[in-house]
Unconditional design. Structure first.
Length: 334
């Protein structure tokens, strides 16, 4: 399962947001990056070991910069996952489970877009690009706020980036995409969003977005997100916060996540992360507590081993608490 956020204290390429190896060509620069992750999760329901899931995934990214103003980017993910109720919620797994299978092949184009910086501080991105909603800490499983983050969407974004001074910057973008929380290709059912971000070396990054999915339809969806990563307030600590409100066709969904990461004084680079998240859908309020130990056991930033303990507390009548123990190995191909 591809990790979604970087812990700066470890110096890990936890998310391949950009390729890591560059090749200079006659007409541009070709960049290549790859990540392989493999691991397992053991799930306990009501105190009994109920499921053991193994998985392996590979992520390959290709980027091509044409001059100074245009860049194309591709991110492909492929792998195989054992079916488990907790932590695997992709449509591929759901379809495999419906067919009575015990595992599923995961193959999809995660991102494919072109960005053109056609004016100072202004750029146009078109294609399938990473979702701008939400923030996830560096743990094996996503927090409960991930349920409201929506999809990586096909569409376009008009972005503006302005350095304020040597230590801070402001960014904003307007998005027109085919969907965020739903799947649609009809011109009358497009989704619209605005996202904002501010970074300062003195404290970290804060961001917000407001999104409208199919705003002209009876089942329109409205979402608001606010997040922060504070990595410069206290030495060796990173603090994070993520809040979501999504009106899913008349049902109010609220999710929030807070976490703290601390760099440990160990013989090799490592850190511990504690994350607590909740999700309320007007009927039930679920809670998830996660504790992760993130390590570079060989002191090489291109190899990491992550250990995680998760305790999921559902609110629905008759639902059992779920404990998950997982180990993940990640290798970065520079």
């Amino acid at each position: 399962m591809r990790l979604t956020k970087l812990v700066p204290a470890l110096g890990l390429f936890a998310a391949i947001a950009a390729p890591v190896s560059a090749i200079e060509l006659a007409d541009g620069t070709l960049s290549i990056g790859a990540e392989v992750s493999a691991g397992f999760k053991l799930e306990f329901v009501d105190g009994d070991a109920s499921q053991l899931g193994f998985y392996g995934e590979a992520v390959i990214s290709l980027g091509y910069r044409v001059g100074e103003d245009v860049q194309a980017f591709i991110l492909i993910e492929s792998g195989r996952q054992s079916l488990m109720d907790y932590g695997f919620d992709s449509e591929d797994l759901a379809e495999a489970e419906a067919e009575g299978l015990s595992s599923a092949d995961i193959k999809y184009l995660d991102e494919a877009y072109i960005t053109w910086a056609f004016a100072d501080n202004v750029s146009l991105t078109i294609g399938k690009y990473a979702n701008w909603i939400g923030y996830q800490p560096l743990t094996i499983n996503d927090s409960l706020t991930a349920n409201l983050e929506g999809n990586n969407s096909w569409g376009l974004a008009l972005g503006y980036s302005m350095p304020i001074d040597d230590s801070s910057s402001f960014e904003a973008a307007l998005h027109i995409v085919n969907d965020i929380w739903t799947e649609s290709r009809r011109p009358t059912e497009l989704a619209y969003a605005a996202s904002f971000g501010y970074s300062n070396d003195a404290f970290g990054t804060v961001g917000a977005s407001i999104s409208f999915d199919k705003p002209y339809q009876a089942d329109a969806i409205v979402g608001f997100n606010l997040f922060a990563e504070l990595d410069a307030l206290v030495d060796d600590f990173i603090f994070g916060f993520d809040f979501h409100y999504v009106d899913l066709s008349g049902t109010d969904n609220i999710a929030a996540m807070g976490y703290v990461n601390y760099t440990l004084a160990t013989p090799f680079p490592s850190s511990a992360t504690l994350a607590v998240s909740m999700h309320d859908d007007d009927e039930d309020t679920d809670l998830l507590v996660q504790l992760a130990w993130l390590t570079n056991p060989t002191s090489n930033e291109n190899f990491e081993v992550n250990f995680e303990f998760g305790y999921f507390i559902p609110d629905a009548d008759g639902a059992d608490d779920v404990i998950t123990i997982g180990i993940e190995f990640v290798a970065i191909l520079p």
